[in-house]
Write a new protein. Structure first.
Length: 236
């Protein structure tokens, strides 16, 4: 019997999500595509998958994601796709995205506008919320896929990236333990290191925040206790 069957804290059904947008931040940018894969943890299997476009009149990120704004406005079953997406969200025990700090605000804003509320469902970030064995902290999706023997043949369309993540989860040893780690509360801390020791912060997965002029990372209590250098708690 799997850990997911005996431990109710482990999600049994994940909704893997990815978004494509016309830029980096609203309101200047808009959401133009959502990809979603419903994934069974005990069975290591994809249950359903969906991607759909949202109409926009300009996409400055087209060189990155390859989405022509004109095709987003073509006739297609928009309402049916949205209804299925809402059902997929409702079916999941947790939402998972690679770099959830980017995707989560877009998804929650979309759900808020469409449903009038954001579902109370936990998020897991496969980018900075999971310690992948034999990989440095915060691996790119391509690095994560290749480390699990998954060829990277395309990028920057929402469903493609969801498919990579689903294949990683299918092959990941101790998946339940990794997901539990991803659900642990995290705290924002800054590395108290001089510039001459910046490589230590980078090696530990900290990222430079230009506005704060600090190396920062969100960590679990156990990860904070294991830091080999001094740090400062950030109230964020």
């Amino acid at each position: 019997m799997s850990a997911a069957a005996t431990n109710p804290a482990v999600p049994t059904t994940l909704l893997i999500l990815d978004t494509e947008t016309t830029g980096l931040q609203a309101p200047e940018a808009e959401l133009c595509e959502i990809g979603a894969v419903l994934f069974s943890v005990p069975h290591r299997a994809v249950l359903q998958q969906l991607s759909f476009l949202l109409g926009v009149y300009e996409n400055k990120a087209e060189p990155v994601n390859g989405i022509d704004a004109e095709i987003t406005r073509l006739a297609m079953p928009h309402q049916q796709a949205r209804a299925l997406f809402f059902s997929l969200v409702d079916s999941a025990d947790a939402l998972l995205a690679h770099n959830a700090s980017f995707d989560r605000p877009w998804i929650e804003s979309f759900l808020q506008k469409a449903l009038g509320a954001t579902p109370a469902i936990p998020w897991i970030c496969s980018y900075e919320g999971i310690s992948w064995p034999d990989l440095k902290p915060n691996p790119s999706l391509a690095s994560l896929a290749l480390a699990h023997g998954i060829p990277v043949w395309s990028a920057h369309r929402a469903l493609t990236d969801c498919t990579y993540l689903a294949q990683v989860l299918q092959r990941a040893p101790n998946l339940e333990q990794l997901l539990l780690e991803g659900l642990e509360p995290r705290h924002l801390v800054a590395a108290d290191l001089p510039f001459s020791r910046k490589d230590e912060a980078k090696e530990a997965g900290f990222r430079w925040e230009p506005q704060a002029k600090q190396w920062r990372r969100r960590l679990t209590n156990a990860q904070i206790e294991a830091l080999p250098f001094p740090f400062t708690w950030i109230n964020a």
